[in-house]
Ligand binder design. Structure first.
Ligand SMILES: CC(=O)N[C@H]1[C@@H](OP(=O)(O)O)O[C@H](CO)[C@@H](O)[C@@H]1O
Ligand SMILES: [Mg+2]
Length: 589
């Protein structure tokens, strides 16, 4: 854009460098005489290329900004600007920008920022992001200046932004807008093209730890996970009821592509049949969210044997659920709660087998099935914490344990290990005082840590972990599903004029406003055995979500319906309250 006219070409950061003074030699915004000119180019670029055409505000929600793709160009450009400032604030550490709308339908897209250690963007900067996106084009220059000033960003510091996108047809256009935002502030940007969200998290962490977490390339990612998986698996591919055939629903998203890349590089230890690999619309009647919420098999299934092991991932492959249809044509779901229990159980066994002492905790949200929470507390005897929806909350809580297992019921989660845990396990693997079996368990443990993408939930890494545990136990999905019986549960969506009239507390389990709604939920819940229900505004869709569970599916359906009707009445419902999905009453519960 420098060639378009003088007004764009003046006042770049090089001038700032010449203006540097003071003992430190650092350039800070306050010292930078020509910075305002530079920021004017940011505005000019925005006005020419990425004008804000959308009226009304949008918010950095549970997973960043998410809305119709045609309304996102200016948001992307501004997130490119913000990511560059964030990288400068963090002394040049890599910041990630992922362009995806995850499980949302095809016309949607979205953007989220990844912090240097792979976490979701810090909460204070989520607010800055919201501010930056909602100002007019004319205010953009002063808003950027305000961020620089308030956060004390050294504007001339080095900066690097890694950008990745899912495979939606509008993602490349939006990716260019992010890159332009980075360039407008003279940052450097590395475009990784099509990636799963967890791959981008991996790349950011690998780069910021200078390879300590793995090689910061796509190939490095495959190598780390595949090597660990194959080392554990060895040449034994079946055991007991475990066979090595898996049917993989790729949601027509990036997960399908990357699974195929995995398979190209893997030995024949796992026989994966990939379907919904891009021939249809992303997430349309398929993928982890559809399978979990609708509690039925996705469209596009190949002809398969009864009880065949099936996996669904979502559009950006950070969620995974398992399912099967039994010989009576009955559908069974094994969701994130199940994965958490399976993995926690296995890791506890490994801890015992190594004869070491580590503190494990399991983190869930209010959406976790009550039966899973009981099972974890009473059978596995692992402490359980409940936090608000969104992986950032789960991840944060899981950091408190030596081994923190966290999963949302929808299949989004991972396991994180403290430095202390890693050191203890490493020592055990080499400890001459332990017997051969104990040392070998510790060596397996180290491979398990490598297999897991600790930076964030990763559908493919999680799936390979589940496959590892099922093989070790010699289990088919029926064995796994028999560990405990899920309570029937149902989610409904209610459209309201303004979903933010609903506010909650106690990890979203109690509704604070509108007045009277919680009392009504309490009296509805009290009518049914083992019942629980809560409501909260979605952070990714313009709806209020209703969750209900109870001992019987009939009670669950009625309770969900009654609570949805109460929300509709007390929170400004639009249109009709939702109906009970008919197939729920025919489900296996
Ligand atoms: C009930 C549910 O599954 N909610 C999802 C969904 O958030 P909502 O705020 O509920 O729209 O998308 C989030 C991002 O993927 C995910 O973290 C979360 O668990
Ligand atoms: Mg996702």
């Amino acid at each position: 854009f420098r060639q378009r006219g003088d007004r764009f070409a003046t006042g770049c950061l090089c001038c700032c460098r010449e203006k540097t003074s003071g003992n430190s030699g650092k350039i800070v915004w306050k010292l930078c005489v020509k910075m305002s000119v530079n920021l004017r180019t940011v505005y000019a670029f925005a006005r020419e290329m990425y004008p804000k055409k959308v009226k009304g505000d949008i918010q950095y929600g549970t997973a960043g900004f998410r809305t119709k793709a045609e309304n996102l160009d200016y948001v992307m450009y501004r997130m490119g600007l913000l990511a560059t400032l964030r990288s400068r604030l963090k002394d040049g550490a890599v910041i990630g920008v992922m362009i995806t709308a995850s499980h949302n339908p095809e016309p949607d897209n979205g953007v989220k920022l990844v912090d240097p250690l792979g976490e979701m963007l810090e909460a204070r900067w989520e607010k800055l992001a919201t501010r930056l996106v909602n100002v007019s084009d004319q205010e953009l220059e002063s808003e950027i200046a305000a961020v620089i000033r308030e956060e004390n960003v050294c504007i001339s510091a080095k900066s690097t932004v890694f950008v990745g996108m899912d495979n939606r047809y509008h993602s490349p256009r939006l990716l260019k807008a992010v890159c332009d935002g980075v360039v407008a502030l003279k940052g450097s940007v590395k475009d990784f093209g099509i990636l799963t969200t967890p791959m981008l998290h991996y790349l950011v962490v690998a780069a910021n730890t200078r390879g300590g977490y793995g090689v910061p390339t796509e190939e490095g990612y495959y190598k780390k996970i595949i090597t660990a998986f194959q080392n554990i698996r060895g040449t034994t591919y079946t055991r007991g009821n475990y066979t090595n055939r898996v049917y993989f629903d790729g949601a027509n998203g990036v997960g399908a592509r990357k699974m195929l890349q995995f398979l190209k590089r893997m030995d024949s230890g796992l026989d994966v049949v990939v379907f919904n690999s891009g021939e249809g619309k992303i997430n349309h009647e398929c993928g982890a969210d559809y399978v979990k919420v609708q509690q039925k098999a996705p469209a596009g299934m190949p002809e398969i044997e009864a009880n065949g092991r099936c996996v669904s991932v979502d559009g950006d492959a950070d969620r995974v659920v398992y399912f099967f249809t039994d010989e009576n044509n009955c559908f069974h779901l094994l969701d994130g709660d199940r994965i958490a229990t399976l993995v926690a159980d296995y890791l506890m066994e490994l801890v015992r087998a190594c004869n070491i002492n580590l503190r494990m905790g399991l983190v869930q949200t209010a959406y976790a099935n009550g039966a899973s929470t009981d099972y974890i507390e009473h059978q596995l005897r692992v402490p359980v914490a409940c936090v608000p929806t969104g992986v950032k909350h789960l991840h944060h809580k899981a950091l408190e344990y030596d081994i923190g297992v966290y999963f949302e019921a929808n299949g989004h989660g991972t396991v994180i290990f403290s430095q202390n845990a890693k050191e203890i396990i490493k020592k055990a693997a080499e400890d001459e005082n332990l017997n051969e079996e104990q040392r070998s368990a510790a060596k397996t443990f180290l491979q398990i840590i490598d297999l897991i993408n600790e930076t964030v939930g990763d559908a493919i890494s999680d799936m390979l972990l589940v496959e590892t545990v099922l093989l070790a136990k010699g289990w088919c999905l029926k064995d796994w599903v028999n560990t405990y019986a899920d309570l029937p549960n149902l989610q409904l969506k209610v459209s309201v004029a303004d979903r933010n009239v609903i506010t909650t507390t106690d990890a979203e389990r109690i509704c604070v406003t509108p007045e009277g709604l919680q009392e009504e939920i309490n009296s509805l819940v009290a009518k049914y055995p083992r019942a629980r229900a809560f409501v909260r505004p979605s952070g990714t869709e313009d709806v209020v979500r209703v969750y209900a569970e109870a001992e019987s599916k009939e009670d669950t359906a009625v309770l969900a319906h009654e609570v949805a009707a109460a929300v509709h009445r007390l929170a400004g419902g639009v249109g009709n309250p939702p109906e009970i999905p008919r197939q729920f009453l025919n489900s296996h519960y």
